[in-house]
Design a protein around this ligand. Structure first.
Ligand code: ADP
Ligand code: MG
Length: 237
């Protein structure tokens, strides 16, 4: 569509993949196109998010159409909301029976930051959002307490998986944030065991990154089949 092309050009959004969903013209379309619940629209307003950032314009519709997404946009361009927004809309509300979404970040600082952002965005809805601490990784039995969204480093999550204290077979959304960092060779084993543990065949995986070196593209192609690739600006800014 002409309108989509104009929007992408204006915001320097480059896409590849088959049948790419239309970018958002505004946050109002979250409501009109995707029936976004009112708590989320309210939180956006409170946080002062008026216009979607370029990555949000394109990645949110891609994920809301249940397509895998492979996204690259500069640091500070709002990638967290680009994956948390569709996750919250898709999960609808809290549910018992196991972890339904996992966000992996390469450092503890980043997990804590992502956790805080998630809590703010989910305010008003009783999602159980858990930050995987060292204590939880070593001692918790996740089958004993409810958790909708789990945010962890690969190392800690792998520890909990090895202890057989977390069941990831129901996970519907797996986000690899800063995937260029996550795909460094020293994290390979951890990432691999998390991906294997998330065994739900209808899982939607997504990768977010500020740079897109070839090894990330290669891993993405291995992991995903029908992904939409979204790049804002240039690949390696
Ligand atoms: P990235 O992960 O791309 O580095 P973040 O998701 O951490 O970026 O977002 C950077 C900052 O921008 C955060 O403070 C976030 O709350 C804010 N932000 C995100 N989306 C918007 C928006 N649409 N409008 C205004 N501020 C936003
Ligand atoms: Mg980020």
């Amino acid at each position: 569509l002409e309108r989509d092309a104009i929007c992408r050009k204006k915001h320097n959004i480059h896409v590849s993949g088959y049948n790419v969903p239309s970018p958002l013209q505004s946050f109002d379309e979250l409501k009109s196109r995707y029936k976004c619940p009112s708590y989320l629209l309210r939180n956006l307003k409170e946080l002062g998010f008026r216009e979607p950032t370029p990555i949000q314009r394109q990645a949110i519709p891609v994920l809301l159409h249940d397509r895998e997404c492979f996204a690259c946009a500069p640091t500070g361009s709002g990638k967290t909301f680009a994956f948390v927004c569709p996750m919250l809309i898709k999960l609808k509300g809290p549910e018992n029976g196991g972890v339904r979404a996992v966000i992996l970040c390469h450092t503890r600082e980043l997990t804590a930051q992502t956790y805080r952002e998630c809590k703010k965005l989910a305010k008003g809805k009783k999602f159980r959002i858990k930050l995987m601490t060292k204590h939880l990784a070593r001692n918790a039995d996740f089958s004993k307490f409810p958790c909708d969204i789990l945010i962890s480093t690969p190392l800690r999550l792998r520890l909990a998986i090895k202890r057989k204290k977390v069941d990831l077979s129901r996970v519907e959304h797996l986000v690899l944030d800063e995937s260029d960092k996550l795909f460094e060779p020293e994290l390979f084993k951890q990432i691999d065991s998390v991906i294997k543990a998330c065994s739900n065949p209808s899982i939607i995986r997504s990768l977010f990154s500020a740079t897109l070196p070839d090894f990330v593209e290669d891993r993405a192609r291995e992991l995903m089949h029908d992904a939409v690739r979204v790049i804002v600006g240039r690949k390696n800014m």
